[in-house]
Ligand binder design. Structure first.
Ligand code: ADP
Ligand code: MG
Length: 274
């Protein structure tokens, strides 16, 4: 175990996020590598709130499908450092950029592991709310783990509508923009499934499904597309029947028709090699 921050040496920067910088670090004595997420205390209250949420959730979770936390340190007054298990292949986003689009069989593997992670979170009443390729980490054992709980929510009360615009807008489900139309019996969990569906399509076709390759849509046209056009599908692609159907089950616009984690875990797409 790591007792003090001074036991660690910084090796390189792994990534920058809204809340701080993530470094690759090495424990001087054991030579074990970790990721260290350093968050500066001088940030605004929104970012602060995110950090506390993330710390709270990392403290509660213990699953092979969720990135594990090896300690939380206060660096200097207000500055917080979170020590995380190091994922040596980076994010699914990185892997897409380096290796190109994913095969169907590797996506079945990704889907199964993310579903296991979501199953763990949802049974512990945690909604992630920011599932996307850059928040899913991979290692060289091909293990996929859910990371970045900055905007997650522990469901204790009913959903606070003021709270519904957190997360990366692009991966948000239709019911988060328009609960009256798409959200009968909306509880928040279904939003993670929508984001998983979009993520899998993106990794298969190589670009964000709601916009053509290389183009970033503005926020208004994106919201229109999510709410008013047909959901992305793999109908015109060479995807197998099982994969197409799996995506269809994830990308139901009406959240009450969308499949739950438990239902998806028994879908043929993720059970082919079992
Ligand atoms: P933010 O909330 O600032 O987006 P993230 O937790 O998503 O922070 O981390 C930002 C980036 O740092 C990630 O996109 C990834 O590239 C890298 N990163 C974060 N955690 C790890 C980890 N455990 N192992 C390897 N890289 C990581
Ligand atoms: Mg992130």
């Amino acid at each position: 175990t790591v007792d003090r921050l001074s036991d660690l040496e910084k090796l390189q920067v792994l990534g920058h996020g809204n809340s701080g910088t993530v470094y690759k670090v090495r424990h001087k004595r054991t030579l074990a590598t970790y990721a260290l997420k350093v968050i500066h205390g001088d940030c605004d209250t929104t970012v602060r709130r995110q950090i506390f949420r993330e710390m709270e959730i990392l403290r509660r979770t213990d699953s092979p499908y969720v990135v594990s936390c090896n300690g939380i340190f206060e660096k200097s007054p207000g500055d917080i450092a979170i020590l995380l298990e190091y994922m040596d292949s980076g994010t699914l986003d990185n892997v897409l950029r380096i290796n190109g689009t994913f095969s169907e069989s590797s996506l079945a593997n990704v889907a199964l592991q993310v579903l296991n992670g979501l199953n763990y979170l949802h049974t512990h009443k945690i909604v992630h709310r920011d599932i996307k390729p850059s928040n899913l980490l991979v290692n060289s054992k091909m293990e996929v783990k859910i990371a970045d709980f900055g905007v997650s929510k522990i469901m204790c009360r009913s959903l606070d509508p003021c709270d519904s615009y957190v997360g990366t807008c692009a991966y948000m489900s239709p019911e988060r923009f328009d609960p009256d139309t798409y959200g009968s019996n909306y509880n928040g969990y279904a939003g993670d499934i929508w984001s998983l569906g979009l993520t899998l399509v993106e990794l298969y076709v190589g670009h964000f499904p709601f916009s053509p390759p290389g183009q970033k849509p503005d926020w208004a046209s994106l919201m229109c597309a999510i709410c008013f056009s047909d959901p992305p599908s793999l109908q015109e692609s060479s995807a197998s029947e099982e994969f197409r159907d799996f995506i269809k089950c994830c990308l139901q616009k009406d959240s009450s028709k969308r499949w739950t984690v438990m239902q998806l875990l028994s879908h043929p797409f993720v059970n082919q090699n079992r």
